[in-house]
Design a binder for this molecule. Sequence first.
Ligand code: UT7
Length: 321
Amino acid sequence: MIFSRIAGTGGYVPGKPVSNDDLVARGIDTSDAWVRERTGIGFRHLASPDDTTHGMAAEAARRALEAAGLQATDIDLVIVATTTPEMVFPSTACLVQHALGMPVGSAAFDMQAVCSGFIYALSTADKFIRSGSHRRALVIGAEKLSRILDWSDRTTCVLFGDGAGAVVLEAAEAPGVLATALHADGSQTGILSVSAQMAGGEIVGNPFIRMDGQAVFKYAVRVLAEVGSEVLTQAQLPLEALDWLVPHQANIRIMLATARKLGLPPERVVVTVEQHGNTSAASVPLALDAGVRDGRIQRGQTVLLEGVGGGFTWGAALLRF
Ligand code: UT7
């Protein structure tokens, strides 16, 4: 039987950290106290015009390959989860394939599930590998969210940041990915969206993030606790077996409420929202990489990854790291 395991992780954030006070200095009607208290965010990274979604994705992927001791030529599948693709087409994954010098002919495609995108992509890559069709995948979450932020809307612009995270997922004899679950509720499109489209040579509709923060908050806490229990049950593991929860990094209050509902102590939650803000599809792999590089997440430990976001979408992946 073929399983998949994470062979290496990598992360990349552009430029210098931008503090809440920096945003105030730029004229945004907010305060460090409000943003920290309501969200746990202290800083975010904002891409320059030269930083592209695929460029950040490729840099995170290079670091994941290095951590795995592999070359781009060893990879036969690349999936990029993104809400801010470079262009309508070709996919960001095709641009990454070329930027990394991956073999021509290897499969490459994008995955769109907003902030759950990395979990959707990881679950998909796991199924490709377990089917035997592919041996080594780069699974990347990458976002240049600053492109779709309305800097006159303080209820959203202080929340988000740019960056990319990546893992190399490879075929293995023992399971690394123990269980995955993916869900969506298309009746909730209105609570979090960028509704614009390109039509007739123009942008039609609103090209910025619009969010009903409280509705998203309530929905997120409920489904993150549910889906965490779901994958533990699937893998027949008790909560006590869990070493780390690496949730989507949107709001510290959502993460701690999820941990509380699951019955997990707060010190078992990997939190990077303070440094990165909400980086949508990049947030889970960036947090995973941070936990691995600072030595908290060790080989052999059990790790629960969780995503939630627009769509509405949510999902989880339970790993033996
Ligand atoms: O990645 C997708 C998932 N997204 C999320 O998970 C986000 C989920 N939602 C949230 O994290 C929270 O709902 C927010 C952080 C977005 C908002 O926190 P809240 O505690 O729900 O605040 P609120 O929207 O109820 O606003 C409270 C007050 C309002 O003022 P009034 O009406 O009480 O006078 C807002 O106008 O805070 C005000 N406010 C701000 N004040 C300073 C809203 N944004 C800001 C701001 N700075 N940036």
